[in-house]
Every structure is written in C-alpha cells, then in structure tokens.
Write a protein that binds this ligand. Sequence first.
Ligand code: APR
Ligand code: PHB
Length: 393
Amino acid sequence: MKELRTQVAIIGAGPAGLLLGHILHEQGIDNIVLERRDRPYVEARVRAGVIEYGIAKFLEENGVGERMLRQGLKHDGVELRFDRTSYRIALTELNGGKPITVYGQQEVVKDLIALRVGYDAPLMFETEVTNLDGLTTDAPFIEADTPDGKVRITCDYIAGCDGTFGPASKAIPASLKKQFDRIYPFSWLGIIAQAAPSTEELIYCRHERGFALYSMRSPTVSRLYLGVPNDEKLEDWTDDQIWDELDVRLATEEVPHITRGPILEKGITTMRSIVIEPMRYGRLFLAGDAAHIVPPTGAKGMNLAIGDVRELSRALIAKFKKNEDALLESYSDTCLERVWRAEEFSTYMTQMLHPNPTDDFENGVQLARLRQSVKSPGATETLARNYVDLNSL
Ligand code: APR
Ligand code: PHB
C-alpha cells in the first residue's frame, strides 16, 4: 500500500471539502482532498443555487468570488405566493442593504476545482475512502482505493466533508453519537429549462395541488420545482405535463402562463432533515452534509456547509499557526447552534408551503402562518433576516 502524509486529509470534493482545502492551502497548511467520483461528475451535479449575503462575502474574501460576482444574480426580494396572490418580501430593504446571490452550487464547485488545479494542490478523483482510524490518537489515518491501487494517508486532522452517505460520520462510535431525523411525505420534482424566467425574483408558491418554486440560473435558464408525493416516478411526467402543472400552480391574473423552453435536466429530490451530534470525534471533524441535511425550502444546504468551513478553517489555522486548541474544542457546539437554527427555519418554510392532502386542520394552520409571514412586519422581518444571512447571525 502506498503511504502518504499530510496535515489535513479532506474527504469529499463538494463545496465543503474544496473550500476548506483552498483556505488551508492559502495559509500554507498541507492538505489532500479525496473524492470518489470523477471530475466531470462532480462538476455537473446540479444542486441548489441561493447564496446568503455573508456566505457570498466569505467566498469573495477567500478569492472564490470572481466569476460569482460577474455571473451571479443579485436579488433584493423573494415572493411568497398563495391564494393566487403574490406577496413580496423585501429582503435587501429589511436587511440593511444586503442582497442574496443566485449562483448554482456546481458553479462554485467548478470555480474551486479550477483554483486548486491551477496551483497544483493534491486533489484525488476516483478515490474512495474505505476506512478511517486512529481518530483518538495524534496520528489518525485514512485508507482509500485509488485508480492506481490502495493508499494510506496519515495526517494531523481529518475533515469529513463526504456528504450524507460518506464514511466519516459512521466512524463516530454509536455510543457517542446521536442522530436526529425527519422524513417528509413529499419530494421535489426539479427541472432546468432553456427558458427566460417569467419572473425577476424567486417565487415560493403554495397551491392546493402542491408546492411550486420558480428559480433561475441566468437570464436565459430557469430552475423550477413541483412538490410531489414521495412515490412519484419521473417517467410518469411528460415535459408538457410538468409545464402544465407549473402553470396551474404558479398562475396569477397578471401572469397566467410561464415561459416554456426545452427541459435540459430533471430529477426528484426527497425531503428530509438530519442532524448528527457531535460534529467531532477526536481528530475527525465533520462539515456540511456529512453532519446535517436540511430540506431545500429554506435554501440553506450549501450555506450551512460553507458556514461550517468558516469555523473549521479558523480553528485549524489557530491550531497550526498558534498551537491554540480552543476553537477546535468549541467547533461542534458553535456549529450545532447555527445548524439547529437553520433546521428550524427550513422546517418553518417547508411546513407552511406544502399543503397536506388529507389534513385540512394542518392546511388552515399553514395558511395562517403564511398570512402572518406577509402581514405581520415582525414575522416578515424575521423571515427576511433568516433567508438572507442566517449563517452570520
Ligand atoms: N470517499 C471519497 N469521497 C466521498 C466518499 C468516500 N467514501 N463518500 C462521499 N464522497 C464525496 C461525494 O462523492 C461528494 O462529492 O463527498 C462529496 C460530498 O459533497 P456534497 O454532497 O456536495 O456535500 P457538501 O460539500 O457538504 O455540500 C453540501 O450539497 O447536497 C448539497 O444541499 C447540500 O447544498 C448542500 C451541499
Ligand atoms: C434553486 O435555485 O435551485 C433553489 C432556490 C431556492 C431554494 C431551493 C433551490 O429554496
């Protein structure tokens, strides 16, 4: 088996692993990023697209904002739509001038990979980590299968940025780990279409037939979602049926039809919440989806992952540069406070926007919540603040 040594071994080349690797590299801290998929797969994987204000600033400060600033769309508001009426939430106005940025997660991933390849830091694709060990010693190691055979990497710290199904969280002994779960009875059918968006701002819509979301990626590409039951099959929907259903749910008197175009991609995403506690075991630190999942309704997934990296990079830099342990010690608690706030916000958004086909009491409560969100200035402001910058609160 080939033996390697580094300061930080990072499992996973999603936004969390790549950003952590980049920040540590800039500080002269050696690290290796290992990713089980190949580069084209990771770069093409379509995910969410809303970046919080403070998270966009953090990317910019770390030299990852150049293309995002050029091509990302700055949005000053979102719409909540229910009872066939639209209500605008003035995000920027309610947040002291802070907008959100609409920029696809896979674009952030492409930007990070390009940077890393540019300065030639180790980034091993098609390399699957199969084992993590020695986590409570001062020489933890991982083992991985690479296209050239097995490798063992000994390091000072391991960052588990390997998403929901990766091995890192499983390496925390069951007796020390708690997992909190919620599975929702609906999924999102999402499309990307070559169609100019019929709206300037995102629309979160509750209709009796189900949830709908209007988002976009550029002035010519729309991103739309339909809430569907969990057992729904993608094959059962023709493109025309998807557009017809979006039209029905999103229609208002002023805009009865949305702009259609060729559908470039479609997929179904299940909705769930997971929190794993603690986010640290010995010298293993979890970040991003490896430690928590949020339903996409609050647009928090990537923002939370980057929020973790902000904490973890600071903590590792303090350790390597000043031999200070305090931030590593508090990492899990600091992150979990923010993670649970994001879970709360995502649950609130999810619950009020997905009608329940069999429970009209629940539907009454949902509508009452929505009305409060748009009519009570306090509730509107809280929603706006959580949406724009929860990870900096
Ligand atoms: N070895 C190496 N890599 C692995 C392994 C393994 N055993 N298991 C998983 N991975 C890789 C996955 O292939 C994936 O590319 O870890 C990476 C994790 O990346 P993401 O899933 O993008 O997770 P993260 O970086 O935390 O970003 C969170 O992704 O799912 C969205 O909503 C979520 O927007 C959020 C973001
Ligand atoms: C998206 O553009 O993909 C998107 C936007 C907002 C969400 C979820 C996804 O809440």
